[in-house]
Design a protein around this ligand. Structure first.
Ligand SMILES: CC(C)(COP(=O)(O)OP(=O)(O)OC[C@H]1O[C@@H](n2cnc3c(N)ncnc32)[C@H](O)[C@@H]1OP(=O)(O)O)[C@@H](O)C(=O)NCCC(=O)NCCS
Length: 392
């Protein structure tokens, strides 16, 4: 095997053996490899076909865990990327939203199911909660920008999370410093906010091991600041800790809309524990938005309930069966029930149900300590993002 595609995430697992045939790039070049898949060596075209400067990726190939388990020779990969320069375009119509969802799914698999880009459930949560309920940004169609290959394949997507923080989702096959630089330059023009001093500010968090993006951001004048996020995960194809019942509480699925007021109050008591009760606006209509997101299902919206039917804790999970992975979107315990094991109980019930649905990986992201303790007690490992900002 020739060199390694350093810009690609490292493979989780290698097939038993590979022998490569990389013809010199010409008008047309087809890469093929010979695979030893336990049944002996066989010849397989692996799908990179460059003709007329265009690339054709043959999907549906079953060699090893997924195509990106292969290491591409860097010089060859770079040449393909150069010929495939994606072009920016603005969001066109609703069709784009659904294409972006499937783009995120594909990229998630290609990145070995690590959240270098968003899990599809996060995009839904942004759209159905952060935008529809919290109005953190204008509607998706007004703030989302795409980069596409000449053939119309999405290569990257950029949008703000809120008024001054962005997210970049980049397809690993098209990922180059030049593309990310272009995306950041666009973000600096369109997604900044003003500080009281009148200076502009833009946040762009980066994985601590993503040296390429760190270098690009440094070049553009971003600096690392205090602040972190732990992207916890646990593989569910391994045994999970046993159920830990908490006496006096029933763990069950969220009820119908009659339960929205109780659920909304529990959120208030979890996320606004320091605020006086009178500050609560009694508006529980936001929960309808949560429940109308595409991946919402009540059996994965788990609550811990007191004998008086008060909701004491909740764990709302989005499961994507295409990537067989899930995210804990909303987890909380009303302050008067903290540290009794309820956060763990609702998450464990969620994990048990996810296992039965065929889910093999669960994610939860913490940016503060109690949540970090909870996820640390149930999940296995995490990736760290660091906070980077540009002020100008
Ligand atoms: C995070 C939160 C859900 C934890 O709920 P909880 O019901 O108190 O958690 P549990 O009692 O099940 O505790 C789970 C683990 O975290 C630890 N923990 C929880 N709160 C802690 C605290 N304040 N200090 C230290 N450890 C804490 C527990 O000791 C336990 O660890 P262990 O299993 O090693 O003993 C709750 O604090 C909360 O609602 N916070 C505000 C909302 C929030 O941050 N949600 C998460 C992000 S969406």
């Amino acid at each position: 095997m020739e060199g390694a595609g350093a810009n690609l995430p490292q493979p989780l697992k290698q097939p038993t053996g590979l022998r490569w045939n990389f013809p010199p790039l010409g008008d047309a070049a087809r890469v093929s490899c010979r695979v030893n898949d336990h049944a002996g060596w066989s010849s397989q075209p692996i799908g990179w076909h460059v003709a007329d400067g265009r690339e054709h990726w043959k999907s549906g190939m079953e060699i090893g865990p997924r195509p990106d388990a292969f290491l591409f020779p860097e010089r060859w990969l770079n040449e393909v990327k150069k010929r495939m320069k994606p072009l920016m375009r603005s969001y066109r119509d609703e069709e784009d939203a659904w294409r972006i969802r499937n783009f995120l799914r594909e990229v998630f698999l290609l990145n070995g199911r690590l959240d270098h880009s968003w899990h599809v459930g996060r995009l839904d949560h942004w759209r159905w909660h952060f935008i529809k309920t919290c109005h953190l940004t204008p509607p998706m169609e007004q703030v989302t920008t795409l980069w596409e290959t000449p053939e119309g394949q999405i290569a990257a997507v950029l949008h703000p999370l809120c008024h001054d923080e962005i997210r970049l989702h980049v397809h690993p096959h098209y990922r180059t410093p030049e593309l990310e630089e272009e995306m950041l330059a666009y973000a600096e023009e369109h997604h900044f906010d003003y500080l009281p001093s009148g200076q502009r500010i833009l946040y762009s968090p980066v994985f601590s091991d993503d040296t390429m993006r760190q270098q690009v951001q440094s070049r553009r004048g971003f600096e690392k600041r205090a602040g972190w996020a732990h992207h916890w995960r646990r593989d569910l194809n391994e045994p999970i800790p046993p159920e830990q019942p908490v006496p006096g509480y029933v763990i069950r699925s969220m009820g119908d809309k009659a339960e929205h007021p109780a659920r909304s109050w529990a959120s208030w008591r979890a996320f606004h524990a320091e605020e006086p009760d009178e500050a609560y606006d009694n508006d529980y209509s936001w929960y309808r938005n949560i429940q109308s997101a595409p991946l919402y299902r009540r059996d994965l919206d788990i609550v811990a309930v007191t004998p008086q039917d008060e909701i004491a804790a909740f764990c709302t999970i989005s499961y994507d069966d295409y990537t067989r992975s899930a995210i804990c979107e909303l987890v909380g315990t009303a302050a008067e029930h903290w540290q009794r094991g309820l956060g763990k109980a609702v998450m464990l019930e969620g994990m048990r149900r996810l296992q039965q649905l065929g889910c093999t990986r669960l994610f939860a992201t913490a940016t503060e300590e109690p949540a970090d303790f909870l996820y640390g007690s149930l999940l296995q490992t995490y990736k760290l993002t660091e906070t980077w900002t540009k002020v100008w």
